[in-house]
Design a protein around this ligand. Structure first.
Ligand code: 4NP
Length: 172
């Protein structure tokens, strides 16, 4: 990661209306708080909710912790995202596998050197929820939405520590 050009991270779940919009805003908050030159976006592996605002329950629970999700709109992951982003973060293992299928398509359509994105779990370096899935809250109750926020905050803090180390290495 260079401290001069922004490092681009894409958070990805299934619908892009619950987990990945939450992850996007929480990760952006912690990157901004640490003055990291990181751009964060989100997308879904499905096209279930194009142009839709995040689920009202996700918005309500997030706002109680000061995160505003209201301006976000759903979109599907594209093969071009693998050219544009440095890191794609999967919210669960099924998302991870589906993102890899998109990456295979990207590798067929573009040259290998054009593919920038590495794929990892949101919880990859999380000391509390290490490599655990971010459980889908869509069909559940309020506790599921709180769990998403707890886990996003914990995992985002861990990624910030990783990004800080990468910036230090790039600057040496
Ligand atoms: P997300 O949750 O992947 O966290 O956005 C879901 C949202 C919608 C659906 C499934 C999961 N759905 O089936 O419509």
């Amino acid at each position: 990661m260079s401290s001069h050009s922004p490092y681009k991270v894409l958070c990805v779940c299934l619908g892009n209306i619950c987990r990945s919009p939450t992850a996007e805003v929480v990760l952006r908050h912690f990157c901004d708080a640490h003055q990291l030159n990181v751009i964060v976006d989100s997308a879904g592996t499905s096209n279930y909710h194009p142009d839709k605002a995040p689920d009202s329950r996700s918005q309500e629970h997030a706002l109680k912790r000061g995160y505003d999700l209201s301006t976000l709109r759903g979109r599907q992951l594209t093969v071009e995202d693998f050219l544009a982003f440095d890191l794609i973060l999967a919210m669960d293992h099924e998302n991870f596998d589906n993102i890899q299928l998109f990456k295979q398509k990207a590798l067929k359509q573009y040259k290998t050197h054009q593919i920038r994105a590495n794929v990892a779990l949101m919880s990859e370096h999380d000391p509390v929820y290490k490599q655990q899935a971010l459980p889908d809250p869509y069909y559940g109750g309020a506790d599921g939405f709180e769990r998403v926020l707890d886990q996003c905050e914990s995992s985002a803090k861990a990624w910030v520590q990783m990004f800080k180390q990468q910036i230090t290495i790039a600057d040496q």
